[in-house]
Design a binder for this molecule. Structure first.
Ligand code: CP
Length: 314
């Protein structure tokens, strides 16, 4: 079956069937990543621009690895080394890049809405790699993939997302994605880091008390405290935040025996997550999430550029 989308910008445009097709394609790509020669000619002849105007470790490196493993040609572009610092507009930059007959732009930007604008200007495929406080759809897909691998299904699954709900683009995509797949979603945060209407994001339940919700959760998804986006001192100190909302070793006993721990990275160890929990051999799937980043990004590139779930050229 052909994939019915040109872009991956807003996860809310995807149905449960579309998301499942992506996850199943990602699982198919796992076999390539686990053999000695980790490269297939599937996207040979396609040119992809990775435009990162904001720092990234995981998203940028996993897109680059995904493109290399699919044999696409890629151009890494962005930040202070481009002519935007000389005043060139986004439109002129995108039109310049499109003159090279490129096929897809992966974009991260600190401004919400930039991926949609690039899609409108360029006419090529666009993947949002994180825009401002808005969305981060490939992060949501790799989170879903990791949860699906660990739990087998989204049915009757209670996922709690803990931390900076207000500033989180991860939440902007993950909450709707989990709801599309049928999971129950709670958000837990201090009042100052909670949106006025958590239900607008699609969450079923909101709480300011981690210890009340923790025993019911199958998946505990800890968000990073984004010190670069915080305004107005939303909590008295990082130490107090850790005591009230951090996943500390002492909270291990409050969790279900088979509950898992997720985090999008980068982690502030000792703030939202203690090292004991971040590195917990049974519970933590954080490095599985990083690996899933390569698999789901390979799947997204493949499907958006015309691949189908009937198979690929391996
Ligand atoms: N999770 C995430 O987007 O990480 P990076 O900022 O390192 O890409």
């Amino acid at each position: 079956m052909a994939f019915p989308h040109k872009h991956l910008i807003d996860i809310r445009e995807y149905s449960a069937e579309d998301i499942m097709m992506l996850l199943e394609t990602a699982r198919t790509f796992k076999q390539i990543n686990e053999r000695r020669m980790k490269k297939v000619p599937t996207l040979r002849g396609f040119t992809i621009v990775n435009m990162f105007n904001e720092p990234s470790t995981r998203t940028r490196s996993s897109f680059e690895i995904a493109e290399k493993r699919l044999s696409a040609d890629s151009l890494n572009f962005g930040g202070s080394s481009t002519s935007t610092v000389k005043g060139e507009s986004l439109s002129d930059t995108v039109e310049t890049l499109c003159s090279y007959k490129i096929d897809l732009i992966v974009v991260r930007d600190r401004h919400a809405g930039v991926p949609r604008k690039i899609a409108d200007i360029s006419g090529v495929h666009v993947i949002d790699a994180g825009d401002g406080k808005h969305q981060h759809p490939t992060q949501a897909l790799l989170d879903l993939y990791s949860i699906w691998e660990a739990k087998g299904s989204f049915e009757n699954l209670h996922v709690g997302i803990v931390g900076d709900i207000l500033h989180s683009r991860v939440c902007g995509s993950l909450i709707p994605a989990l709801k599309i797949m049928g999971a129950q979603v709670s958000v837990i945060a201090p009042q100052t880091l909670m949106p006025a209407r958590p239900d607008v994001l699609g969450a079923d339940y909101a709480s300011n008390k981690l210890d009340e919700v923790l025993p019911d959760l199958d998946v505990v998804y800890m968000l990073r405290i984004q010190q670069e986006r915080l305004e107005g001192a939303p909590f008295p100190s990082l130490r107090e935040y850790n005591q009230l909302y951090g996943l500390t070793q002492s909270r291990d006993k409050l969790m279900k025996p088979d509950a898992i721990i997720c985090h999008p990275g980068p982690i502030n160890r000792g703030v939202e997550l203690d090292s004991f929990m971040a590195d917990h051999p049974q519970r933590s799937v954080i490095l599985d999430q990083v690996y899933a980043g390569v698999l789901v990004r390979m799947a997204a590139l493949f499907l958006l550029l015309g691949g189908s779930n009937d198979g690929f050229d391996a």
